[in-house]
Design a protein around this ligand. Structure first.
Ligand code: SAJ
Length: 413
């Protein structure tokens, strides 16, 4: 049995901790927020993710996962602290460095430290230097010693919210250590529970791989979003264009939408732009296109509402993507808020994944109503998120409606 300390019990840390505990490891989950420690200690979860509640309850009851505010000594430490953006779009690494500082006092010879948080290139080396400064009695990897006491590696998470427990096991992982020994030790830890292939590289490459994955997706979504605006300019149906173009064997265009949300794809490409501004011209432009799409959708809706005889508009979907309750950086939510403020008393929202009206919608005077109430409401319909529940709406309930469909599922039904 290995003892593992997971630092940061968020969207990635808690599922990782629970999974490692379910595989027979003794796991110490650490979070700086006492309410999270309390919730997990009681065998409950503070985030909604498919099947996570059952696994957490089981491993906590079995005594394999315990939650704490400070780290305990362990064989391996996995840092899954958040790395948000500052106002001026620079990576904020304080939480990762604070987590590294917090483990320094409990480190002992032979331990393995892994960073999983999304980070700019060079962060893993910085973590090692910070540990070396805090613990001059230990030879930390990357410091030049022939044999190091502490191995340090980077292994980015790459799971899709809504499929986290499945993808933690099934996806290939990319592991990069500061030395080949670090890489090997970290790879062996992941090979103990990952069914996908664990790919070995160095730390800086692994750091850039993570950023590359999300920037690749952002650029491709930006292409689809830009195309949707070009097609509208020409009075052509973008969904038809994409359907036909995708019949080419080497073309695979993604789906346009109201913009890109979530805490990953809308954020991580800025880490690349920040570190290589002269080189990352396309990646920056893609971010700007995707950010501008929400504004474009709002302007189109505002024009429709100003010129339309329809008094009301009902917006379907607030989440940042289908079939999740996550409102983080959601373009749909931002559009509904703006509409509510611009057209007081005329806008209502349907979001089957949440029960409580978000404070920002309350402030904007937008009520949260049920799907049935929304479909019965007079006026136009705006589809912002392609939740399965919306795709299943009987077509007769949409007949005769003015529909503004940012996801291309109702308008083409
Ligand atoms: N979106 C579109 N059109 C598309 C696909 C997505 O508009 O064709 C929008 C979604 O509506 C959403 C946003 O993009 O607003 C991002 O959604 P997503 O499902 O593409 O990705 P995330 O943010 O949930 O998760 C991503 C994943 N990265 C990649 O697919 C390369 C996931 O594997 C990462 O682990 C995660 O970021 C992360 O944590 O970095």
């Amino acid at each position: 049995m290995t003892s593992i300390c997971v630092l940061g019990l968020g969207y990635i840390g808690l599922p990782t901790a629970a999974l490692l505990a379910s595989r027979g490891n003794r796991v110490y989950g650490v979070d700086v927020r006492p309410e999270i420690v309390e919730t997990v200690s009681a065998g409950r979860v503070h985030i909604s993710e498919v099947d996570l509640d059952g696994v957490v309850q089981k491993v906590v009851n079995a005594g394999m996962l315990t939650a704490h505010q400070t780290p305990s000594p362990a064989d391996a430490f996995i840092i899954t602290a958040p790395t948000p953006l500052t106002e001026d779009r620079r990576p904020q690494l304080e939480c990762v460095y604070a987590a590294a500082n917090s483990i320094a006092p409990v480190l002992k010879r032979g331990d393995l430290v892994i960073v999983e948080s999304t980070c700019p290139v060079g962060t893993t080396r910085n973590v090692a230097q910070l540990l070396a400064a805090a613990r001059p009695d230990l030879a930390i990897a990357g410091g030049g010693a022939a044999i190091s006491d502490i191995s340090v590696a980077y292994c980015p998470e790459r799971v899709l919210p809504g499929r986290i427990l499945i993808e933690l096991i099934d996806n290939d992982r990319c592991v990069g250590g500061l030395t080949p020994v670090c890489t090997e030790r970290a790879a062996q830890l992941y090979e103990s529970f990952v069914h996908g292939t664990v790919l070995r590289t160095d730390a800086a490459t692994a750091e850039l791989v993570k950023l590359t994955e999300n920037a690749f997706r952002d650029v491709n979504i930006a292409f689809a979003n830009e195309l949707s605006m070009v097609a509208e300019h020409h009075g052509v149906d973008v969904w038809k264009v994409i359907e036909l173009a995708n019949r080419h064997p080497r073309v695979n265009i993604l789906n346009p939408g109201p913009g890109v949300g979530g805490h990953c794809i809308a954020v991580d490409p800025w880490f690349i732009v920040d570190s290589a501004p002269q080189q990352a011209k396309l990646i920056r432009a893609a971010r700007e296109v995707n950010d501008s799409k929400a504004d474009y959708v709002f302007q189109r809706l505002a024009q429709t509402m100003e010129s339309s005889p329809e008094p009301n508009v009902t917006c379907f979907g607030l989440a940042f993507k289908p079939n999740v309750d996550d409102l983080r950086e959601s373009p749909a939510l931002a559009i509904v808020e703006r509409l509510g403020r611009a057209f007081p008393g005329r806008v209502a929202a349907v979001e089957p994944f949440i029960q409580t009206q978000p404070a920002s919608l309350k402030a904007a005077g937008v009520p949260l109503i049920t799907l049935d109430e929304g479909l019965d409401r007079l006026g136009a319909f705006v589809l912002l998120v392609d939740h399965t529940a919306f795709l299943r709406v009987p077509r007769e309930r949409l007949r005769g409606r003015k529909i503004i469909d940012t996801r291309g599922v109702w308008a083409r039904a």
